[in-house]
Structures are given as structure tokens and as C-alpha cells.
Design a protein around this ligand. Sequence first.
Ligand SMILES: *Cc1c(COP(=O)(O)O)cnc(C)c1O
Length: 408
Amino acid sequence: MDDLDNFDDLAPFTKLVGGGRRKEWTGAVVNPPVWRASTHLYENTAALAQGPGRNEDGRFFYGRRGAPTQWALCEALTKIEPGAHGAVIYPSGVAAIAGVMLTLLRPGDVVLITDNAYDPTRSMGTGMLTDFGIETRFYDPLDLAAYEGLFCDRTRAVLIEAPGSLSMEVCDVPELARIAREKGAVSVLDNTWASPLGFAGLEKGVDVTVMALTKHVGGHSDLMMGSASAGQALYEKLRKRSQDLGIVVSPDDAALALRGLRTLGVRLRQEADSALRIARWLETRPEVAQVLCPMLPSSPGHDLWARDFTGGCGLFSFVLKGGTLTDRNRFIDALNLFAIGYSWGGFESLVVPIEPARHRDIMPWPPESQGDADRYGVRLAVGLEDVGDLIADLDQAFAAMRQARTGG
Ligand SMILES: *Cc1c(COP(=O)(O)O)cnc(C)c1O
């Protein structure tokens, strides 16, 4: 289907449905079959000699270079990312971030990582990259002057995340990327939260966008995968480095990711709608000090979200007003429809307690705007359950927390 002449002009939801469904890969059925293959066979020595070049995509060579199931996923991811020449897939989101870093950075380089990055990204900076002689400097994405001041002639790459992990503030991604480019550094955006449907990163000036496909694209909490998309020159470097690292994704998982991708649009729309309704309800609650949900007007960075984003998702946080660690944990333990677990982006709702102060160096937590007593946070990943049922569940958990507080 994506071999239609005008495919690239079609709307995002149509691209989600048709991307990667080339006749030569699907044959007579709707989905590209699962090609479980290590060995690709050649007719004769002449065909072997005419095999694809060292870094050529989309032609049979050997299993490490994938087969039509993985190629279809890469093509579908490329089609939904405006400005992308190609997408590379990795066995997890963290592997995608590592793959990108190991492509862009050399010993002696400096990388700037946002202070509110996903925690394993931070540890990659202070651990693996430091071991390789690369210097990591954390920056506050809300302080553009300080960020600009951190660049030096060894700064090769910048890692951006929007909204920030746990605390969910939205930063000025186009401006962070513009400054990086002006300083000769490559900008990389972890775009897992919005996906290209909600934020067209490459179009907004970012050089490489990364997604944990584990979350929304998989969408069903049953697979781990990541991706990186870029324009031609960077894409070719990423593709080559991933090949050198021996990175390959199983065709079964690629087929699951493709299945998830087809419904990504409607799931994101539904989740974001429910999340905003829950966020608005939480804002009226006496137990809540602040709701950190980019789609909500009172949330930090909402103006930038409204300016740059075309969608959201079900992941957001809120801070309890006063209370103790015990109160917060009672609230979470009393929930029935929100299961306790890391990850998000599946069909089911999840909850985790958050302690942003433990995962940052320079951004204050709690922020000064919040009273110092209001420090215990909760992160919700809103799934596809009925929003009325989810609100009722939160309501009864607040009641359980209050009851325990008063001992009544
Ligand atoms: C989960 C996540 C990742 C890592 O993805 P995995 O597939 O779990 O390795 C990276 N970035 C963000 C923002 C995430 O939420």
C-alpha cells in the first residue's frame, strides 16, 4: 500500500495503516509475514557476487541485516516521521539511545544531556560514555542561556527529552536544537512521549529522533524495542554502526510492533483525552498540590506544548499536597485499576511513585513554585479503560489515604 504514488502526501493515520505494506513484502495477505531467517540463499555464484553492498537496505544478504518483516517496520516508521530518510530498529529503547551515542561520539567529545532525562540515559552518560573518554555535562533545558554557555569546541551531541522524565515540564525543543546546530553539535530527541504524531521532531529542527517502541508503538506491554530516525547522512551512519554492533531485532517482535503501530493513532488520541480529563479532575482535588500534564493549561511548559505539539498521551504526574511518604504509598496501594509497574504506553493503566530529586543534579525538585512540603509525586500512565471508572478508582484511593491519616 505504501508504494502508492501519493502515499507521502496522505495524513498520519493513513500512513500508520499503510506504511511498510509493500506488495513485494506482503504478497497476497494484509501483513508482511514473519520471516524467521538467518540464512538467505542464492541461486548461483553469480547471484552471490551481485548481492547487496556493505550497507545496503532492503535486499536479502544475511539474517543480521533483517528480512521483509523488519524492513516493513523500518519503512513504516520512516513514513510516519516527516523529514526522515530511514529508521534503524534496536532491541530496546535504551539500546537505541546507546546506538545513537556510539555513532555520534568519540573519545574526547563532550555530550550535553538534559538534567530531566530518562534515568538510564543519565547513567549512560555518567557510566559507559565516561568509560569511553566522553565527557557528559547535564543542562537545565529551561535555562537557555546556561545551556548555550555549556558548549565548547568539543561538544559533539546534545540529548533532549520533551516533556522531561517524571516532572513532565516541556522545554523549547526547536530552540535547543537550533542552538546545538549553530554550535556544530548534533541534536538527538527522545520522542517516546509524543511520537512523531504528537511532535514532528525532525521537521522542528532536531537531527535524530529516538523512540522506545516498547511503549506506545508496541502498545500491548509484550515487547521491547527502540528506533532512531534521521535524514540521509545521519541515517546511513546509524545504520552502519548498528550493523557493526551486530544489532538485530527478531522478526516476531517486528511483526508485533507493526501490529501495534497500526492502531497507534487512535490509542494515543483516546489516552490523551482520558489523561486530560483525569488531570482536570485532579486539579480540583484538595489532596493535590500540582498536576504535571503538558496538555493542562496550568502545567509547566504548556504554552510550548500548545505551540509545538500536535498531540499528547496518557503519561503524566501529579504532586500530593503535604502528606508523608506513607500517605503517598497508601494512596498508590489502594488503587485497583492502576497496576504498579514501570513502563507505560500499553493498553492498561499503570502507576508508580516518583522521586525526581534522586534523578537530577541541577533542576530543583520540588520546584520553587511548589511548597517545600509538597514533595511526594505520583506518575500515572492512563490506558484505555473507561475514564469514569479510572476517576472513581482514584477517588476511592484518596478516601483510603484520608481515612488512614485521620485514623478513622
Ligand atoms: C522506557 C523509555 C526508554 C527506554 O526504553 P526501553 O525499551 O525500556 O529500553 C527511553 N526513553 C524513555 C523516555 C522511556 O520512557
